[in-house]
Design a protein around this ligand. Structure first.
Ligand code: SAM
Length: 241
């Protein structure tokens, strides 16, 4: 695969928006298939660790087809959930799932940008973002917005793919990402661009220890990480002071 050409943040944001507006139909199926069902476990791991203590509100950024929002509402019966995403087709796919689950009165979907959150200060006990932070070039801005909308003591939880650090696993994983993922995506979606983008964005993302430092440097306390499935995915957590 060719190395990714350098593009501006603005162009990248447009590309992300276009990609996620076109792969919606098969997004859930492909997630489960390409991760061998592990994506369900990863989200569940994140959701079980969430804590609610003041506003009982959760904001799920980059909610996509709503899986974290749904799992959170199921697991924490006392909370209200807002799922925010800038791709309308993803939200359209989330809506029937929420209605089918009988959770429409507790999960609200909102089209919006994670860089400009339409909420007052201190509105949420917890903010989550699963497989979305990688797509946001201006992470410092996202972190600042999350700090603003969290209550003091509130938690920020991030699930993200990363490249494993063990030599053999790393090689196998690179081979899968670069050779197989685009082929499988072509067969199933006819849109290999989306999954080429996925592979490139995983490679560009910081190593877990660097990312934890980044979270800490942006003002979150007790920033920590958990390696899931051999380090393909990490859960990162930070707490607002
Ligand atoms: C890989 S999907 C993840 C969806 C979901 N969280 C999940 O776990 O399946 C990434 C989502 O991030 C959304 N996204 C990317 N950048 C965004 C931004 N700046 N503001 C809001 N949503 C964004 C995309 O539209 C897409 O739905």
């Amino acid at each position: 695969m060719e190395p990714a050409p350098e593009v501006s943040d603005e162009a990248r944001v447009k590309q992300v928006r276009r990609i996620f507006s076109t792969i919606t139909d098969r997004y859930d199926f492909l997630n489960h298939f390409l991760s061998a069902g592990r994506d369900v476990y990863w989200r569940r791991f994140l959701v079980r660790r969430l804590r609610f203590f003041q506003t009982y509100r959760l904001l799920d950024l980059a909610t996509g087809t709503g899986d974290v929002a749904l799992e959170s509402a199921r697991c924490h019966p006392a909370i209200m959930v807002t799922g925010l995403d800038f791709a309308a087709p993803m939200l359209q796919a989330a809506r029937p799932k929420i209605i089918r689950a009988g959770l429409a009165d507790r999960i609200r979907l909102l089209q919006g940008d994670a860089l400009n959150l339409p909420f007052p200060d201190g509105h949420f006990d917890a903010v989550t973002v699963a497989f979305g932070i990688r797509n946001m070039p201006d992470r410092a801005r996202v972190f600042a917005e999350v700090q603003r909308v969290l209550v003091p003591g509130g938690g920020f939880s991030i699930l993200e793919f990363t490249t494993p650090q063990g030599d053999l696993f790393r090689r196998v994983y690179f081979f899968y990402l670069h050779r197989w993922l685009p082929r499988l995506a072509k067969i199933f979606t006819g849109n290999p661009e989306a999954y080429q983008y996925l592979a490139e964005s995983i490679m560009r993302f910081p190593y877990p220890s660097d990312f934890v430092r980044e979270i800490g440097a942006s003002g979150f306390q007790e920033a920590g990480k958990f390696a899931l499935t051999g380090g393909i995915t990490y859960l990162y957590e930070g707490k607002k002071d």
